[in-house]
Ligand binder design. Structure first.
Ligand SMILES: [Zn+2]
Length: 238
């Protein structure tokens, strides 16, 4: 049992190391995901600006069409004016022409605003695209670094998995089951040292009788307070 307890303790050291590598890997993958999200957001912003630009261009096209119509109206009215006989009719057509001219001035003003808006959006898109290129280059570098770290971690995890298998071989299925269950319940720590009469897992005092049996280390003994498997380190090392 002495060797088996030592194996169990070593197994836990491997498992805790694997846990650490796994969580490190998880953090790196989350970082990589965050970088991807940043890129996606930058691309979405550009796409939104492009859409806006298309909307403004369509609005400008409508204004252009209205302007053309108003200009045609003036030409028609002016040619009509030449054939007019009465003063009253002449005044009515003159009013139409001045109304159209006023409309044209307004339309030209609105068109100018659209042109300015389109220029402003185009400049913004150009800037955002330059920024995106820079970001893409940065992200590519960072992703490569992250990937290298993840690969190194995976190599470490794979090596530990091999060592783990060797350690598990010596242990009985019932001890392994108990160990796994305890690890789930006790934040990964199933085996703890008993030192100076105390359980190092929960820091509670162990009954002297139980503590004494630990010196013999001939059975799996658990802490009555936290149920973790107790070991006596100097006994194991000896
Ligand atoms: Zn305990």
């Amino acid at each position: 049992m002495r060797n088996k307890l030592k194996s169990l303790y070593e197994l836990q050291e491997i498992d805790l190391r694997i846990d650490g590598l796994d969580s490190e890997k998880g953090q790196l993958l989350a970082e990589a995901q965050a970088l991807e999200a940043k890129l996606a957001e930058a691309r979405e912003q550009i796409a939104a600006r492009r859409e806006e630009s298309e909307t403004v261009a369509a609005e400008k096209a409508e204004l252009d069409a209205s302007l053309a119509t108003e200009n045609e109206n003036i030409v028609r009215s002016e040619s009509h004016q030449k054939e007019i006989k009465t003063q009253k009719e002449y005044q009515a057509v003159s009013k139409e022409i001045s109304g159209a001219k006023k409309m044209i001035a307004e339309l030209e003003d609105q068109i100018l605003q659209k042109i300015n808006a389109l220029e402003e959006i185009a400049a913004d898109i150009a800037k955002k695209e330059t920024d995106l290129e820079e970001l893409e280059a940065n992200v590519a570098t960072q992703q490569a670094e992250l990937q290298a770290k993840v690969t190194a971690l995976e190599t470490g995890i794979a090596a530990d998995a091999v060592t783990r298998e060797e350690a598990v071989k010596i242990l009985s299925a019932s001890v392994m089951k108990r160990y796994s269950k305890l690890r789930d319940q006790r934040r990964g720590v199933a085996v703890v040292e008993a030192r100076e009469g105390n359980c190092m897992g929960c820091n509670m005092h162990l009954p002297p009788q139980l503590y004494n049996t630990l010196f013999r280390a001939d059975d799996v003994i658990t802490c009555p307070h936290c149920q973790r498997i107790l070991i006596m380190k100097q006994e194991l090392d000896g």
